[in-house]
Design a protein around this ligand. Structure first.
Ligand code: S6P
Ligand code: ZN
Length: 189
């Protein structure tokens, strides 16, 4: 029996991990995610660009295993709101995750079930610890692709339902060239 270790190569510009499947999310997949509904519909009328891709390595099944994934979120905005990921809770709520920024410039928006919010920087040389019971969304506030690695328990799973229903309480928008977080309820397109 040999040690079941393996190594992956990260192709940073393509955001791909060697041998791992790539999931692509286009603007049309993000319906309901952006605050400015009219700006979203206008953007879709002019095209359906790729917003992000995720290349995930799934560990062999078994207790204590870890999965990891490279996410590549392109720069851009819908109205004043920066391109973002759908965001999710883990299906197994107690599962935490570590995000490691690889390149680009962005933020992680975190929210828990009582409705508390944190906004943390994600870029090269930043590591974000996402505790269990915390929904997480990545936001690209820069002009280059935001590339990051996420490491999470293999049995974490994804629960997109709660965010699809209620979205996050806060939005991150560009104001005077800078990212600003405001309450969704206070957002006026
Ligand atoms: C998985 C981890 C990331 C996201 C990726 C895309 O637990 O958090 O790999 O899957 O950032 O985001 P989303 O919300 O579309 O899965
Ligand atoms: Zn996650």
């Amino acid at each position: 029996m040999s040690i079941p270790a393996f190594a992956s190569d990260i192709e940073l510009t393509a955001g791909v991990l060697s041998g791992a499947p790539l999931t692509r999310r286009y603007l049309s997949d993000l319906r309901g995610s952006f605050a400015d509904l009219a700006a979203y519909e206008r953007a879709l009328q002019t095209g359906n660009p790729l917003l992000y891709s995720v290349s995930a390595v799934d560990a062999p099944q078994g207790d204590g295993q870890l999965n990891y994934a490279v996410g590549t979120l392109l720069p851009g905005r819908v109205g004043p709101e920066y391109y973002l990921t759908k965001g999710h809770y883990h299906a197994r709520r107690e599962a935490a995750e570590v995000y490691i920024g690889l390149s680009g410039e962005g933020l992680m928006l975190l929210e828990n079930e009582p409705g508390e919010t944190r906004l943390l920087p994600l870029q090269s040389q930043k590591i974000v610890y996402v505790p269990g019971h915390t929904a997480h969304r990545t936001i690209n506030t820069g002009t280059a692709p935001l590339v990051y690695l996420g490491v999470y328990p293999a049995d974490a799973g994804h629960d997109y339902g709660a965010i699809a229903r209620n979205n996050f309480r806060h939005v991150v928008v560009e104001q005077n060239g800078k990212p600003v977080m405001i309450e969704r309820a206070a957002f006026k397109p």
